[in-house]
Design a protein around this ligand. Structure first.
Ligand SMILES: [Zn+2]
Length: 599
């Protein structure tokens, strides 16, 4: 019987799946396009309909429809499988609800909750009226499933319990808080904005306080309880990784070629309903490297649509610096009359269309330079110093040398200080350790450990070791093949030789033995993969034994092939140099090894 993924592959044409994201052009039996995963001017990204694979000869990425979707949508295999199964009309193997992953249960809880809040909202005219008065259209409120969390302590918690979810999961979802063996609602008296991940699962919420006709709280009270609160970090929600609205706007980001970044749901929704679709919002946090990497997949121009008054700028500065260091073109949206975006969009005195304003957005360096000019009096030395010490750190963030030199020159002429002196000062700044940046560099986009870039033999070895981690009793079978494992797996095999259960590889236990960090990373990664593989084996009802045997045979084959290739090269060399004795030995060895391939 075919596995679900094979069945999906048979039903879908890779050309259609990929063609939805990149413009494909026929090229013989294949199609080619500009690679969506690296910058290039001539297309080296190929799609083969007959083999149902894709490969980029520029950056080395490649794979099947699943890996393509995973990479371009930034999702895991399971999600790609789900999306493509739906597209292909393939029903995935039945999942027993009792063994559904915790993640899935949290997704279910969030979905039920969103429906619950949404229903509540439409029962509360006062809240709906308020939203409409604030300028939101009814269709927008519905499209984004806004909701209402009432001012009761157990309204949602009670509802979820009645729906059959257990209290532990409800608390794990962050929607309820447990206290003294009881649980109560985290969000009360709030307008609720559900937050979706890339595959449109609701994974968390932002709640905005709304008191309605209830006695007005003092400002201090509101500060204490928070005007806006978000779901806490959970297994499925991390506000530093999520961008509000991306699940809806991602296709527009690609086609428009720039991204309007706003702060908060209200600005997002106002812009969305007035026709701005290339937009995402952060929820009360500075942009992270992770979010920027996601945005970079779509385009590299970021238009900031938030307040740049003194207070707003401080908050925005970190985002801007980070975006510049990731080589984004950063621009800033200037609204006439210093209004904020939501107010501007509902105001009657709109002079220009918002689309024009976005396309005419001012480059961030122009904005900074204009501001620098007002920082001090350029006719005296203190003023010059103030201007330079405001502006040079901005220049420092620029990656491109020509950009740097351009702005140094401009500053030099403005404050009448030599370029050389400014450059010296800039170099001094560059030497200062930028701790924040150092942290950001380490924060890499989480990817599942099936890199498309690794060699086939490494991939097989990883898979086998992950089976072994899952079931150490398979040691005997696996170590019969020890000689076929590539060099970089020898150390981890040594470690696994001495374990008797997967638990022995827990972080705590690993810390007890003195292992190099790179080895610990490898173990962690493979232990994680072991979980994943187990899940897949269960899902597709494949036996671990069969799969292991198959992969061991593959490993031996691949390794033997590699050795044969090496001998082949040596034979050619020996022939060239006329070394007859060596040639004879090599050929004998070659024949012996070739037989192994046939075993
Ligand atoms: Zn590429």
């Amino acid at each position: 019987m075919l596995s679900s993924s094979e069945e999906i592959k048979n039903k879908l044409d890779i050309k259609d799946v990929i063609g939805q994201y990149v413009k494909l052009q026929k090229s013989g039996a294949n199609y080619r396009a500009l690679c969506p995963f690296h910058k290039e001017k001539t297309p080296s990204f190929f799609v083969s309909p007959s083999r149902q694979i894709w490969h980029c000869f520029g950056c080395g990425e490649g794979g099947d429809i699943f890996s393509f979707l995973m990479k371009i949508e930034n999702i895991e295999f399971k999600e790609a499988l789900k999306i493509l199964a739906q597209k292909a009309g393939v029903k995935l193997a039945y999942e027993n609800p009792q063994i559904r992953s915790e993640k899935q249960r949290l997704v279910d809880i969030n979905k039920e909750t969103s429906e619950f809040f949404e229903e509540n909202l439409w029962k509360n005219k006062e809240v709906v009226d308020y939203l409409i008065k604030r300028g939101l259209k009814e269709e927008t409120i519905k499209e984004f499933h806004l909701g209402w969390a009432s001012d009761e302590w157990r309204s949602l918690s009670g509802f979820l319990i009645k729906k059959g979810f257990n209290a532990k999961d409800i608390v794990a979802s962050g929607l309820s808080i447990s206290k003294n063996a009881d649980i109560y609602d985290r969000f009360r008296s709030r307008i609720m904005f559900p937050i979706e991940d890339y595959s449109q699962n609701i994974v968390g919420f932002t709640g905005r306080i709304f008191q309605g006709k209830a006695p007005l709280k003092t400002i201090m009270d509101i500060e204490k309880i928070g005007k806006y609160i978000n779901s806490p970090q959970t297994l499925i929600f991390d506000k530093s990784k999520i961008l509000y609205g991306l699940s809806k706007s991602k296709n527009y980001l690609r086609s428009e070629g720039n991204t309007l970044l706003v702060e908060g749901q209200t600005d997002f929704l106002s812009a969305w309903q007035s026709g701005i679709k290339n937009i995402v919002a952060t929820s009360g946090t500075a942009l992270t490297s992770y979010q920027l990497k996601i945005l970079k997949r779509y385009n590299d121009t970021l238009v900031l649509g938030f307040d740049m008054d003194e207070a707003g700028e401080k908050a925005a500065e970190r985002s801007i610096d980070l975006a510049l260091s990731k080589e984004f073109n950063v621009k800033i949206l200037r609204l006439p009359g210093e209004k904020d975006l939501a107010d501007y969009l509902v105001s009657k005195e709109k002079k220009e269309s918002i689309k024009d304003l976005i396309s005419n957005a001012e480059a961030i360096m122009d904005f900074y330079f204009a501001r620098a000019q007002n920082i001090g009096d350029k006719t005296n030395i203190d003023g010059k110093k103030a201007i330079a010490s405001y502006f040079l750190p901005k220049v420092k963030k620029l990656i491109n040398v020509l950009d740097k030199s351009f702005w140094i020159n401009k500053l030099s002429r403005f404050i009448n200080i030599s370029e050389q002196s400014l450059e010296d000062e800039l170099n001094r700044l560059l030497e200062e350790v930028d701790r924040e940046n150092a942290v950001d560099e380490n924060e890499s986009l989480y990817q599942f450990p099936t890199s498309q870039l690794q060699s086939r033999i490494d991939g097989i070895a990883e898979r086998i070791i992950s089976f072994l981690i899952k079931t150490p009793s398979l040691k005997k079978e696996v170590f019969e093949y020890e000689e076929y494992f590539p060099e970089n797996f020898q150390k981890i095999l040594e470690v696994i030789k001495n374990i008797s259960s997967k638990k022995d590889l827990n972080i705590e236990n690993l810390k007890k033995v003195n292992l190099p960090e790179s080895l610990i990373n490898q173990i962690n990664q493979l232990a994680l993969r072991a979980d994943y593989e187990t899940e897949l084996l269960e899902k597709f009802q494949v036996s671990l034994d069969d799969e292991l045997k198959k992969e061991l045979r593959e490993l031996k084959r691949e390794c033997t092939k590699k050795r044969l290739e090496k001998i082949e090269r040596e034979i050619q060399l020996a022939e060239k140099n006329g070394e007859k004795k060596m040639l004879k030995d090599l050929i004998a060895e070659f024949n012996k090894l070739s037989k192994k391939l046939l075993d």
